[in-house]
Design a protein around this ligand. Structure first.
Ligand code: ZN
Length: 349
């Protein structure tokens, strides 16, 4: 039985939210997410059981959404590295497995997709922001965007029900590459080099693993936004999401509500340094698999960085540095976790 308060508290917090910091695309996604929740409420699926059975956590407000793992740079980079063995293989088939759920977006149409890919060899596997890019010898690129719950896999998927897309391969150790997506918000797109540049590369800021303090300050230093919100802006810097933003600011000792324009050069340097440090550390642990269990590496195994989190999803637990309870606030409809003692509150926010 689902507590009534949970239902109402959960989806209205997303459906009615307004915030200038969110891009309209993100608002649409949240609206769609809320709508899906609405339609799925009467059939409380097992995948949300952990939310239903932990009312204390999920009745508080919108934090439940954060428990759906959104792959960020470390998770997508782990997927990329995991599928590197397909480099050199030849595509011999492209399939959309039978799926009773709403199909994910695949473009162009399958006939064109097949015509342009079958017979091509895989030249390289790259990452742009939070997307995996499979480069073909024709110079076309197959772009996998996991969005909220997508996975790029070589191994058997978590289930067949949400298997969305498959490349059949020859001349390699693995005979297929799979795209699995529980919520189905991800997409697969075949792009020419020009389309890749215009539609993806030019819309994103520098990769988060390459930033330094002056670059960050140049891109965000004039912004009125809170630093935590600004770090999620993929046009400013690509790859950071909600989870790692909290971890980065904790280590940089910067309050998440501090306005960008009020940050000192030293603070920008500290943030940039911690961005690179935290993301690389998370890649070494192969990303974070949260309580929803969605994120898996290319071999369908859990990541390990969730056990290293210092503040994320640790509300009221002791700060690892000063033992003060970790605080959770909501910024732009997303949970932020921080230590009020280690990350001093700004005088004006
Ligand atoms: Zn502390």
């Amino acid at each position: 039985m689902v507590p009534r308060g949970l239902r109402i508290g959960y989806f209205t917090s997303h459906a009615t939210g307004r915030n200038g910091d969110l891009a309209s695309k993100d608002r649409n996604e949240m609206g769609r997410f809320a709508g899906e929740w609405l339609s799925g409420l009467l059939v409380v699926t097992t995948e949300f059981r952990h939310i239903v059975t932990t009312p204390k956590t999920c009745c508080q407000d919108s934090s439940s959404k954060d428990r759906l793992t959104v792959p960020e740079l470390p998770e997508v980079e782990t997927m990329r590295r995991g599928i590197l063995p397909i480099v050199g293989s030849r595509i011999i088939g492209v399939q959309r497995p039978r799926c009773r759920l709403k199909p994910i977006a695949v473009s162009p149409a399958m006939a064109t997709f097949r015509r342009r890919t079958i017979g091509q060899r895989i030249d390289d596997v790259q990452r742009i922001g939070k997307r995996v890019i499979v480069r073909l010898t024709s110079d076309d690129a197959i772009v996998f965007e996991p969005r909220m719950t997508g996975l790029v896999l070589l191994a058997d998927p978590p289930n067949l029900q949400h298997l969305r897309f498959q490349l059949d391969l020859a001349d390699a150790d693995h005979d297929r590459l799979l795209f699995w997506d529980r919520r189905g918000l991800g997409n697969v797109t075949l792009l020419s080099p020009e389309e890749l540049a215009v539609r993806i590369q030019e819309k994103l800021g520098p990769d988060a693993l390459t930033v330094d303090g002056s670059m960050l300050r140049q891109r965000l230093g004039a912004s009125q936004r809170a630093i935590k919100v600004a770090l999620l802006d993929q046009h400013a810097v690509a790859g950071i999401g909600n989870l790692y933003a909290s971890e980065i600011l904790f280590l940089a000792k910067v309050h998440p509500q501090k306005r960008c324009h009020s940050l000192t050069r030293k603070q920008w340097d500290a943030i940039a340094e911690r961005i690179v440090e935290v993301l690389n550390e998370a890649i070494r642990y192969e990303g974070s698999t949260l309580s929803d269990g969605t994120y898996r590496n290319a071999l369908n195994k859990e990541g390990g960085y969730q056990n290293q989190h210092r503040v994320y999803d640790r509300e009221n637990l002791p700060c690892p540095q000063c033992r003060s309870p970790i605080v959770r606030i909501v910024q732009s409809q997303r949970s932020t976790f921080f230590c009020a003692k280690c990350q001093r509150r700004p005088r004006s926010t």
